[in-house]
Design a protein around this ligand. Sequence first.
Ligand code: FAD
Ligand code: DLZ
Ligand code: SF4
Length: 507
Amino acid sequence: IRNLILILGDQLTPKISSLKNADPMQDVILMAELPEEASYVQHHKKKIAFLFSAMRHFADELRQSGWTVLYITLDSPDNQGDFTAQTQKAIQHFKPQNIIVTDAGEWRLSQMFKNWQNILKINIHIAPDTRFLCTEKEFENWAHGRKILRMEYFYRDMRRKTGLLMDDDKPVGGKWNFDTENRKPADNNLFMPQPKKFAPDATTQNILDLVSTRFDNNFGDIEPFTFAVTRDDARRAFDHFVQNALPNFGDYQDAMLEGEPFLYHSVIAQYLNCGLLDPLEICRKVEAAYHAGTVPINAAEGYIRQIIGWREYIRAIYWFKMPQYENENFFNHHRPLPNFYWTGETDMSCVKDAIAQTKRHAYAHHIQRLMVTGNFAMLAGVNPHELHLWYLSVYADAYEWVEMPNTIGMSQFADGGLLASKPYAASGAYINRMSNYCKNCAYNVKKRTGKDACPFNALYWDFMSRHADKLKTNPRIGQMLRTYEKFSEEEKQAIKISSENFLKKLS
Ligand code: FAD
Ligand code: DLZ
Ligand code: SF4
């Protein structure tokens, strides 16, 4: 054969660049469910099952279009365990002239591919991943000469580049960003929209059995399994979101409600990140819904910003800063991750609910990740790298390129402010304002110190005091530090003791 084309588990689209000049008559595709990939962290069972099922369905889609696909299942006797050994074996069998692969989304595999020419002694062509709007080079040029990098300016360039929600060179609606309208707490609503559910077919059922047996000890519930696993179904899930939840997406983007894991979120990052959905295609659908008058501007703009703004920006930062980014630790935090991140056994209602739904659905929405589990870890001084491994394990949408900058940069401020302009630190008052968690909590959100006081409160002020030196030059934090300075010495002491007592119990 001419080319052996390797397609990775998060490259599930016929538009992937490795297939661009390929020919079903001369080339063969290799896909594999690999123990090494399934175990570099203890992935949530649902994440593994979702990806394997989507991979098998994509292999079928390719075969139906005339491709020859060598698909190695996890339990195949031909499984060689990792990409290098599996590819080596396929080279022996097919004797191709070249290996073609679209570059991996993460540093570890990308570096590995670069070494393959030497190891495998065969011509290897690594094609750039063209599923993103902004290339590494474009971002470098954009970042060059800027003292601070801010998503908002990057985002405006992406709007100009795509023409999304633009009237010539002006933003539709007269503003680039409608976030000031997007901070409403949600009400309990019996008619809360739910993401579209899909019943497992025979392929998925086989995988659920396989994963239940082989990954029995991994975190998370495998049932109920309701994710889409094909492109058509993922598109249906997205259209369902546009119709039912998107009109309220903007208003309630930051809201949290106990027992309502999805609210008005789209729950499609797992589809986007593995290639079942195309970012530009879904943004065009959102834009069309706005022009059709079914979705208000604050929702349409807010949603498009998440995709062509945040998602692109986060990825660009990953490649801009790796490999050192992984070990950033601005606050020098070294506390081990509390065990309740795995069990959900804590009296803090907000944390308990976020972790319970993570376990059940392999999902939590952005504000839960940022302001509950992320915020708590930063206030408690948890080691950012350990926390990064947790986020990479527990969500169905978790891949290092998107998870790491969100954890290390956005949520832990461990990069010292490259990505976020201030630490996303908040006391219980914020959680109380944006959710109904505090109503049924064992702790009292109004109390700052003492045994029954909301732990977020003392931890928040103690965090400010511990890191005053590092934070005092931050214009967005200065006000909080001045408030702390005005507390009496007794109050400061009580905060210290409350926070120490709580942290002692954690370890
Ligand atoms: P919606 O709220 O409906 O948003 C729509 C889409 O916008 C998402 O599907 C996603 O593709 C994109 N998006 C929104 N915010 C971000 C963001 N900050 N970064 C990148 N894309 C964004 N997202 C991942 O895809 N994978 C991860 O592993 C991941 N880890 C995270 C870890 C932490 C600590 C934090 C704070 C955020 C993380 N995010 C991650 C970003 C965000 O929380 C998820 O994309 C979002 O919750 C997915 O749910 P959704 O599809 O319902 O998103
Ligand atoms: C996340 C993951 C898992 C769990 N399993 C596989 C696999 O068996 N085969 C595969 O090709 N890819 C898998 N992946 C995704 C990769 O580990 C990796 O995260 C991405 O390809 C990086 O871009
Ligand atoms: Fe969370 Fe504190 Fe509210 Fe309890 S009182 S739910 S711990 S913010």
